[in-house]
Design a protein around this ligand. Structure first.
Ligand SMILES: [Zn+2]
Ligand SMILES: [Zn+2]
Length: 163
C-alpha cells in the first residue's frame, strides 16, 4: 500500500484503504482470504505526518495441539510518525518511519506485514479445552474418540517416580 505525500498533506480521517495480502512481503502469516482493510487517519505534525488507525484482516492459525486451522479476526492498532528528519535509534523512536521531503510517496507494506506478524500468538490453541491428537493413533480427539489404551508407563513422570 502506497501513501502519496499529496494525500497525506491534505490530511484524512478514518479513510478506508483496501489492499491484498499478496502485496505484502512474506512473513509466514496465513491469510484467511487476501483481504486487508486499513482505516487510517493522517495529520500534519511539525516534522512530518502522524498516521493512526486500525488494520483489519482475518488470519489462520494452526492449533499446536490438534493441528487444525482456525481463523481469527484481527483489528490491530497502528500509530506512527512519518518523519522528514533522519531517524534517531532507540526505543523512543521505534514508531518513527523516515519519509524524506523529496520523496513523493511511502510504501507501508513492510510496516503492515510486521504488525500483523507480531499479533500472531506464540502457541495458538483452537480453544482452551482442545484435547489434541491421540499420541498413539493420531486421531483428533475433539472430533472422535479412539480405543487406544495409553500405557501410563510411557509417561516420563512415572520413570521419575521409580527413583
Ligand atoms: Zn486444537
Ligand atoms: Zn488413539
Amino acid at each position: 500500500m502506497k501513501l502519496l505525500r499529496s494525500e497525506l498533506k491534505s490530511e484524512f480521517n478514518k479513510k478506508l484503504f483496501d489492499m491484498s495480502a499478496r502485496e505484502l512481503p512474506d512473513r509466514g502469516t496465513i491469510f484467511h482470504d487476501d483481504q486487508i482493510t486499513c482505516e487510517l487517519s493522517a495529520k500534519i505534525v511539525q516534522f512530518g505526518f502522524q498516521l493512526s488507525g486500525v488494520i483489519k484482516t482475518i488470519t489462520n492459525y494452526q492449533c499446536v495441539r490438534c493441528l487444525c486451522y482456525n481463523s481469527k479476526e484481527l483489528a490491530l492498532p497502528i500509530k506512527l510518525w512519518l518523519s522528514s528528519k533522519e531517524i534517531l535509534t532507540g526505543d523512543d523512536y521505534q514508531d518513527m518511519v523516515h519519509f524524506p521531503k523529496n520523496i513523493d510517496h511511502i510504501n507501508m507494506n513492510d510496516t503492515i506485514s510486521d504488525i500483523i506478524y507480531l499479533a500472531e500468538p506464540m502457541n495458538p490453541n483452537c480453544n482452551d479445552n482442545c484435547k489434541g491428537l491421540c499420541p498413539n493413533c493420531g486421531i483428533n480427539l475433539n472430533q472422535s474418540s479412539c480405543d487406544c489404551k495409553l500405557d501410563s508407563h510411557d509417561s516420563p513422570w512415572d520413570v521419575l517416580n521409580n527413583f
